[in-house]
Each structure stands twice: as structure tokens, then as C-alpha cells.
Ligand binder design. Structure first.
Ligand SMILES: Cc1cc2nc3c(=O)[nH]c(=O)nc-3n(C[C@H](O)[C@H](O)[C@H](O)COP(=O)(O)OP(=O)(O)OC[C@H]3O[C@@H](n4cnc5c(N)ncnc54)[C@H](O)[C@@H]3O)c2cc1C
Length: 414
């Protein structure tokens, strides 16, 4: 009898597992079923990369692993076993989807269509995989096999791959069921937080972000908690009505604590990161000398967009001041606002708008060489369900791919 494999959740990780099982099995020795709660598989996958699907990132694996934060060492063997080059080869050779490389080593399909990626994967696996949609798994029981309960019946499998996703973007179907199933099978779950999320700022700070809504700048971004710097990075930020977003903000959002009660938390923006305070001061002094009859906000617009220049000069109480009347104290205040703009945070970033989940099934309970549970033989756990989150740029789909490969190889005894 064929080995019965149940894939719980037909998102990126579940679909990739079916692909890998199909690629690796020789004599159709498996009977593979995907149970997906949505009417169609891969809903979140179709939204990836702004609808274009950033499938992986072509950095060398030794560098790529650093994009997985605390999980860097855990995921390294999986990336080595099936890395970006393997993903590219699989897409081009097996799926027939040519790919292209964009900035920062990001890989996209030439068709620029995440829907086409999903559809191509589904047609690749459909010959050897039973894809059951509208099949929300309600419960999983381990008897002599795995009994998987859905509203329309009970399925029996010899092994299962838990790939129900995390808790981010829950309207796509990943509403945290992975954790419920993992907990009920004895696993521990590291508390969940938003990662790669926009950041809602406190009302006072929204005055600035609302006024600058739609403006994008390159900035230094630091997260402070009770006066201590938690993390910092550099990159593009975008002001919005609700607060802050853009790549550098999304990337650092995971560093905002999961509980803000009793804490003073803020994001500090360095709006002129290319200059130190001393360099900026020197440049301001020479500009003031050269243009004494010019408004200081106009001089500042040589460093930042005019709307940002207006905002920081007004915050530094220098709105309307001309260069000739600008004092050393005025310069000190202006530089403080330009390089240490404080934006208060009084809400944790929401999982509803996060691209991925930080936290999840505890990694030490899952073998990193096979992605099989160390507690329940025959149970594999992959994808966003695990306590792994990557930075943006194709890292999260690559993680799904690498994990799916090792799980599939182990299921097939390879
Ligand atoms: C807007 C957006 C853009 C993104 N862009 C990129 C990108 O370009 N590149 C990148 O690398 N990453 C990107 N990501 C992250 C990436 O999409 C995720 O890391 C990835 O989808 C996780 O795959 P998964 O299979 O673990 O979870 P999911 O893709 O969420 O799939 C889980 C599946 O399980 C199903 N399910 C849940 N509960 C049950 C149940 N009880 N029974 C049956 N089925 C169930 C869900 O319906 C879902 O289909 C993006 C994320 C978002 C939200």
C-alpha cells in the first residue's frame, strides 16, 4: 500500500511540499492529499511581491542565512540542502517559469504574476496530488495513524505535514490553527508578534506622519524602549496617515515589544543619515554664510524633501526664520529634529497587517535536518508555523521551499 501523506494547509509551504514529493518520488510510492480550508489553495501566495511573487533571493547561502534573525543557524542546513539556486532551477526546469533578478538579488518570475506561479504549481502537482479545498481541518488525533477531522469527514494518514501558516494576514486563511494543532500534540509555541508590519504611531506623532503622508525618504531607523536602543537599520521609509511604513520600518517592526504596557517606546528617525551631526552643522554654517537672506526651511530642503524640511524646522521652532538670524542654539535644535526625530509608539504592530509572524512552534522541538517533530514521529512542521521569520526580499518563500524539500526527502526516506 502507498504511504498516505496528509498536507494540512495548501499555502506556499504545503504546495511546495507537494512539489518536492512529486519531484523526489520515483515510483509513485506516495498517496498525497492537501487539505485546504479556502475554496482555492495558495491565497497568500497570490498576494506575494505585490502580486509579482518574489520567490527567492540569490545571495550566497552564507549571507542569506543572516536574514533569518535568531533562526539563522537553525535554517542554515535547509538552505544548504535546497538553496536559492535550487529554487531557480526548480522554477525554470520543472515548472517552466523563467525567472529574472532585480535589485538586492531578489528573484521574480518573468511573467510578474504570483497568480500564474500559484496556478503553475497547482497544475504541476495535480496529477499526483489530491487537492481538497473547502476542507478546514478541525482536529488531528494520533492513533495508529493520524486521524484528521474535517467537517465533511475524517481522513487517515501515515504522516502529516503541518503547514497551516502563521497568524499574519489572517483573511488569507492562516488564522493560527497551526499553533492550536502543535500545542495539542505537546509542542510549545513561542509567543506571536508581527514581523514585516507597518507601524501605527501614537496620536501626537500622527500629526507629523499625517502631514507628511505619502512622502518617502531614506532614513536611519532605531527602536527605543525605556531609553535603550533595541535595534536600528537604514533604508526607505514612507510616512502614512496612521504612522510609518516602507521597507525599513516593516523590517524593524519585529523589534517592537509584544507588550507595551508601562513602557516608553518610540522610533527615532535620522532623516539625514548620510551626514553626521558635526558634518550637518558645518554644512549648515556654510549655507547660512552663503545665503543669509534665505529661509532656513529652504536651505534644509537641500537635504530632505521640502515638506519634511518644513516639518522639522517648525518642530525646531524655526519656521519662518531666515538664515542670518539663525543662532547656534537654533542649529542645535534643528539638527536634533533632523537626526533624532522621535515618533511615539503606543500600540504593538498588528498581525492583521503583518506579512509574516514572529514566534511560532519552538525550533528545538523540530529536527532541522528533516523538519520532523522530535515529539511526535510522522508529524512534520514547516513554513510560517515555525518560529522563523525572514526579512523581505524572497527570504520567507525560500524558507518554505528549503523546509519543504527536507521534509519531503525524509518522508521518502532519502
Ligand atoms: C502581502 C504579502 C506579501 C508577501 N510577499 C512575499 C514575497 O514576495 N516573498 C516572500 O518570500 N514572502 C512573502 N510574503 C510571506 C509569505 O507569503 C509567507 O511567508 C508564506 O506564504 C508562508 O507560507 P505558509 O504555507 O507557511 O503559510 P500560508 O501561505 O499562510 O498558507 C497556510 C495555508 O493553510 C490554510 N489553513 C489554515 N488553517 C487551516 C485549517 N485548519 N485547515 C486547512 N487549511 C488551513 C490557509 O488557508 C492557507 O492556505 C508575503 C506575505 C504577505 C502577507
Amino acid at each position: 500500500m502507498s504511504k498516505r501523506v496528509g498536507i494540512i494547509g495548501g499555502g506556499a509551504a504545503g504546495l511546495f511540499t507537494a512539489c518536492m514529493l512529486m519531484k523526489l518520488q520515483v515510483n509513485r510510492e506516495l498517496d498525497v492529499t492537501i487539505l485546504e480550508s479556502n475554496p482555492e489553495p495558495g491565497k497568500k501566495l497570490t498576494l506575494t511581491g505585490h502580486g509579482r511573487c518574489n520567490i527567492t533571493n540569490r545571495k550566497p547561502v552564507s549571507e542569506l542565512k543572516k536574514g533569518y534573525h535568531e533562526a539563522e543557524n537553525y535554517i542554515y542546513p535547509a538552505l544548504k540542502a535546497f538553496g536559492p539556486e535550487d529554487t531557480v532551477r526548480f522554477f525554470e526546469t520543472d515548472l517552466g517559469l523563467k525567472v529574472k533578478e532585480e535589485d538586492n538579488n531578489r528573484i521574480f518570475p518573468v511573467c510578474d504574476s504570483a497568480i500564474q506561479v500559484r496556478n503553475t504549481i497547482v497544475s504541476y502537482i495535480s496529477d499526483q496530488t489530491n487537492i481538497v479545498c473547502n476542507a478546514k481541518v478541525l482536529d488531528i488525533k494520533k492513533t495508529s495513524c493520524f486521524e484528521v477531522h474535517t467537517a465533511s469527514g475524517i481522513y487517515e494518514f501515515d504522516c502529516i505535514v503541518l503547514s497551516c501558516g502563521g497568524s499574519s494576514f489572517p483573511h488569507t486563511g492562516s488564522a493560527g490553527d497551526s499553533y492550536r494543532f502543535a500545542l495539542s500534540s505537546g509542542h510549545s509555541v513561542v509567543p506571536l508578534r508581527a514581523a514585516l508590519a507597518p507601524v501605527k504611531t501614537e496620536n501626537g506623532s500622527q500629526n507629523i506622519t499625517k502631514k507628511l503622508s505619502g512622502v518617502s525618504v531614506t532614513a536611519g531607523v532605531s527602536v527605543y524602549c525605556d531609553g535603550r536602543k533595541n535595534a536600528s537599520n537604514n533604508g526607505e521609509i514612507l510616512f502614512a496617515d496612521f504612522g510609518l511604513t516602507g521597507p525599513a520600518i516593516m523590517e524593524i517592526s519585529r523589534e517592537i515589544p509584544g507588550d507595551l504596557s508601562g513602557m516608553d517606546v518610540w522610533i527615532e528617525l535620522d532623516l539625514i543619515p548620510s551626514l553626521t551631526e558635526e558634518q550637518l552643522d558645518k554644512e549648515l554654517i556654510s549655507l547660512i554664510d552663503e545665503h543669509p537672506d534665505t529661509k532656513i526651511s529652504t536651505l534644509m530642503s537641500g537635504f530632505v524633501p521640502a515638506s519634511v524640511a518644513d516639518e522639522i524646522t517648525s518642530k525646531a521652532e524655526a519656521a519662518g526664520l531666515y538664515a542670518q538670524s539663525f543662532t547656534r542654539e537654533n542649529r542645535r535644535r534643528l539638527i536634533k529634529e533632523a537626526k533624532h526625530l522621535r515618533i511615539g509608539i503606543d500600540q504593538v504592530p498588528s498581525l492583521d497587517r503583518a506579512y509574516v509572524t514572529r514566534g511560532g512552534v519552538m525550533l528545538k522541538e523540530v529536527d532541522r535536518k528533516t523538519f520532523q517533530s522530535r515529539l511526535v514521529p510522522g508529524l512534520y512542521i514547516i513554513g510560517e508555523a515555525l518560529d522563523i521569520d525572514g526579512i523581505s526580499g524572497g527570504y520567507n518563500l525560500q524558507a518554505c521551499m528549503s523546509e519543504a524539500y527536507l521534509a519531503a526527502a525524509d518522508i521518502l526516506g532519502k
